[in-house]
Ligand binder design. Structure first.
Ligand code: ADP
Length: 240
């Protein structure tokens, strides 16, 4: 079968830390434009899985690819160049650099820096923070700083975007606005989004599909409605 260039596939992803298997034989597929939620109790392996799929950790076992391009064993910058960008749970901006400089640094780090300024400006526009381009990043509201983080990832022109708690610390209004922005990225640009968040309300409203991890295992996968009714998921969360 011909795989779309932007389809992420992962087979049998496993990560062992000494005697602990943090992620055990997890397989997944993400289609272009799809918003997939990754949930599970604390310590269930969400961050470890994201770290493997972005090249931060080398898996003990398993293989992953974007379209027919294998990504195993590649360093993070290479994986980012090939189309996977991410944001982190904690904000990692340079507070004393301008918003535009922050985004430009990221743009320069991919595609050999080609068209970096255009990519940076397009990302600022997309995230609705172009008006703040000249402000020091550290002076922005928390919600706007989170938007700068996403703009930095977007400036790398990803096919797939991993977001780790993108709405943490945002109020309801900011969260709703961010959801609209994210839907726009998938709809207009065909970007696939893999989202980790503890806010199940946000996950349910935003995601087309949800993956549930528990103790390193993928215990369920389905639509928000199906996941809400899944006995194994309910038990995993109650047992927390
Ligand atoms: P989550 O993101 O779902 O909270 P993590 O992926 O952070 O879960 O952690 C999964 C398990 O792996 C936990 O038991 C955690 O303690 C363990 N773990 C994560 N990173 C490391 C590491 N670098 N070394 C040893 N154990 C780790």
């Amino acid at each position: 079968a011909v795989t779309d260039k932007a389809t992420l596939t992962a087979e049998g992803m496993t990560m062992r830390f000494g005697g602990l298997t943090a992620v055990d034989n997890v397989s997944l597929t993400m289609a272009p434009g799809e918003i997939v939620g990754l949930i599970g109790p604390n310590g269930s392996g969400k961050t470890t899985l994201l770290n493997m799929l972005s090249g931060v950790l080398v898996p003990s076992e398993g293989a992953f690819a974007l379209g027919d391009q294998p990504l195993n064993g590649l360093p993070t910058y290479k994986i980012s160049d090939l189309g996977i960008a991410r944001t982190f749970q904690n904000i990692r901006l340079f507070p004393a650099l301008s918003v535009r400089q922050n985004v430009l640094v990221a743009a320069l780090s991919t595609a050999g820096g080609k068209d970096a300024e255009d990519r940076a400006d397009a990302a600022l526009q997309r995230l609705g923070i172009a008006d703040h381009a000249g402000d020091d990043a550290g002076t922005l509201s928390y919600g706007d700083q989170r938007r700068v983080e996403i703009a930095r990832a977007l400036a790398c022109q990803p096919k797939v975007l991993f977001l780790d708690e993108p709405a943490a610390g945002m109020n309801r209004e900011e969260t709703d606005a961010l959801m609209d922005t994210l839907r726009g990225l998938t709809r207009d640009l065909g970007i696939g989004i893999l989202l980790v968040d503890h806010d199940l309300g946000l996950i349910n409203r935003l995601c087309h599909r949800i993956l549930v991890l528990n103790e390193g295992h993928l215990i369920a996968e389905g639509t928000p409605e199906a996941i809400r009714k899944n006995p194994a998921v309910i038990e995993a969360y109650l047992g927390q």
